[in-house]
Design a protein around this ligand. Structure first.
Ligand code: WT7
Length: 636
């Protein structure tokens, strides 16, 4: 047993199964994964658990052949799950739709056939840009079935962000919808796709689901309606190698270009199915609701794939949790008898602001377990969630993980042994996760001291690489502490061995739980004709976590005005998407820079937040700090 874990007798008894499994997972990697790797079916069993001969490119379940769509669907329809409800889909307007495992299987096959008929082949890349409708998971599963690598782009991204992802993933087929509903508005997705294609290297096929029935342009021989291409029948699932790529999902980092995180056909499903089971201990009869969007990893792993792998009934919803009324979430729980709820701190804080009267007006007694993800949960939100929503009887499963890790890395385990919870702590690592906290020099920090969280050994859910960029994979994740997986977060471990995640250690913002790279927004700003330089940083916000603030200088010949600022915001919204729009844009005449010309974002942020700017010895133009100060005084 690791000496950092609590040795308290109480824990040993209560959590004995957890400690036993955890210890085994690290000491007997082969035995542990030989057993737990069989949570999915293999057409051909793997002949080796782990190949670490090309570190840090770890490969799992060597020579195993499998298919995710088969594992989510085919194997269930051969047993009593055949007629079980797979998804209850709750739209923003109108009646819910229910689809059984058999129904989903049929629809996935029909769409897979449609894709094949268009000439899509195993290994082709497909971008999925869709609202939260059933055709979104159907598309993901159909791609997985035929071995096409899917790249889901969140429908809140704008045309430029979409184009960049289409190009980087080399997608020649796009699956979209005419539009999507959100808070009573229609997002014109097909129009955005058309503009993105103009900015891209060109695509061959666009498949359009009729959803909002809004008028759209259809390009002959390129654009097809989903309804016209589906074809009933059976499509043999491709026998995918465990280490063939399954999907690409872009996430922001510390440079301008988003990284295409590549996950595998074998390790990823094994990891997400096991972690969902360990953390939430879902029962066959439970109704699971992960209130995320499929455009993010949370939606991939825990709306679509892990619940289907385990044969659960899931709720999937369209729209927003506070529209048309602030009680939408509570109403859905009551109406559909949700037992396990998985949401984010930002959602909890938003709903908390509306007040207790909304949850109190609903019967939430079906709830058994509550989960959270996306950022550290502040104790006030934790208590509200625990007491007002869970009536102090539902454990809170605070799951710490990221796009790159595939599934949960640190989380309480309701199945193996639930620790006493501490509000704001994600508690202990999942089996297979050998975490530690290091200082700048790579030395272990003492209990209670803050450092960088790393994972020392590979686990099956770890990404294969960064799409087309092995170097970036190594540089970003395995270089700061050589050979150890660097998560980019600060953490402490307390005297009882509990992990507390303290937020990002890099310049990545968390806006409503979404990762936003400051440089991505800066790039978006300086690509405009009026803007010379831009510095973007996060301002703490009680609901969203961070909000985006930008300071910018203008090129000669442009004057600052409220109209200009509104216009800049509008263009960011179109190009990058609503989630990337700075809440505040301040135009100044100079920004603080180092002598080598790097913008000192940190200094601007400190002045703005009324904090000490720290070391400014490398500053080139002190006057700029004074100007920022004056600008800030005016704002406040
Ligand atoms: C980053 C990953 C994981 C799916 C959603 C976000 C932060 C995530 C927690 C948590 C503290 C958390 C980290 C992480 N984060 N969950 N429970 N406690 N921080 O995925 O966009 O890849 O972001 O989210 O900073 O590195 P993502």
């Amino acid at each position: 047993m690791k000496d950092t874990l609590p040795m308290d007798e109480k824990y040993k008894v209560h959590m004995s199964k957890y400690f036993e499994e955890y210890e085994r997972s690290l000491k007997d990697v082969n035995g542990f994964w030989n057993e737990n790797g069989r949570i999915i079916d293999w057409f051909k069993p793997f002949d080796k658990v782990l190949d670490d001969s090309k570190k840090p490119f770890y490969r799992w379940f060597i020579n195993g052949k499998t298919n995710l769509s088969y594992n989510c669907l085919d194997r269930h329809i051969q047993n009593e799950k055949r007629n079980k409800v797979a998804f209850i889909w709750v739209p923003e307007r109108g009646e819910e739709k229910v689809v059984t495992y058999f129904g989903l299987y049929r629809r996935v096959n029909a769409f897979a056939r449609g894709l094949l008929n268009l000439g899509v082949k195993k290994g082709d890349k497909i971008t999925i840009y869709m609202p939260m409708i059933l055709e979104a998971p159907i598309a993901m599963l159909a791609c997985a079935r035929i071995g096409a690598v899917f790249n889901v782009v969140f429908s809140g991204f704008g045309e430029q962000a979409l184009a960049e992802r289409i190009n980087n993933s080399n997608s020649k087929t796009i699956i979209t919808a005419d539009g999507g509903y959100r808070k009573g508005n229609i997002i014109q997705l097909k129009n955005i796709v058309d503009k993105a294609i103009d900015l891209s290297n060109g695509v061959d096929n666009v498949i359009v689901v009729k959803n909002t029935h809004t008028e759209i342009d259809m390009e002959p021989d390129r654009d097809y309606y989903y309804d016209d291409i589906i074809e009933d029948g059976y499509v043999e699932p491709e026998q995918m190698d465990s280490n063939d790529p399954l999907f690409i999902l872009y996430t922001s980092g510390t440079t301008g270009k988003p990284k295409g995180i590549l996950h595998a056909n074998g390790g990823y499903p094994v990891w997400i199915a096991n972690t969902l089971k360990w953390a939430f201990n879902p029962k066959d009869e439970d109704r699971w609701w992960c209130a995320a969007d499929i455009g993010w990893i949370t939606g991939h792993s825990y709306i679509v794939f892990a619940p289907l792998l385990l044969g659960l009934t899931s709720v999937m919803y369209e729209g927003a949790i506070d529209y048309p009324k602030p009680d939408r979430m509570w109403e859905i729980i009551e109406r559909y008898g949700v037992n396990l709820l998985y949401t984010s701190p930002t959602a909890i804080r938003l709903l908390m602001k509306y007040g207790e009267k909304y949850p109190l007006s609903h019967d939430l007694s079906s709830l058994k377990t509550l989960g959270t993800v996306g950022e550290p949960i502040n104790p006030a939100a934790w208590h509200w969630y625990y007491e007002v929503i869970g009536k102090s009887r539902c454990p809170i499963i605070d799951t710490y993980w990221q796009t790159e890790t595939g599934g949960f890395t640190i989380s309480p385990s309701a199945r193996l042994g639930l620790p006493d919870l501490k509000p704001g702590s994600a508690t202990f690592p999942m089996p297979g996760i050998d975490a530690e906290i290091l200082d700048e020099n790579g030395k272990n920090v003492k209990p209670g001291e803050k450092g960088y969280i790393v994972i020392k050994k590979p686990w099956p859910g770890l990404m294969l690489t960064v799409n087309n960029d092995d170097k970036r994979y190594i540089d970003t994740y395995f270089s700061k502490f050589k050979g150890k997986y660097f998560m980019g977060d600060y953490a402490i471990q307390d005297d009882d061995g509990y992990y507390w995640l303290l937020g990002r250690s890099d310049e990545v913002l968390k806006v409503s739980g979404h990762r936003i790279g400051t440089i991505e927004v800066e790039d978006g700003l300086v690509s405009m004709k009026e803007i010379a330089e831009a510095a973007v940083f996060g301002k703490p916000d009680t609901v969203k976590g961070d909000t985006i603030v930008a300071f910018a200088t203008l090129k000669d010949g442009y004057e600052k005005s409220p109209e200009l600022i509104e216009n800049i915001k509008k263009r960011i919204r179109n190009n990058l998407g609503p989630i990337m729009v700075p809440e505040e844009i301040h135009i100044v005449s100079t920004v603080p820079k180092t002598r080598s010309g790097k913008i000192m974002r940190r200094v601007i942020k400190a002045v703005y937040l009324d904090q000490l700017p720290g070391d400014i010895s490398t500053l080139e133009n002190e006057a700029s700090v004074e100007e920022i100060k004056r600008a800030v005084d005016i704002i406040k």
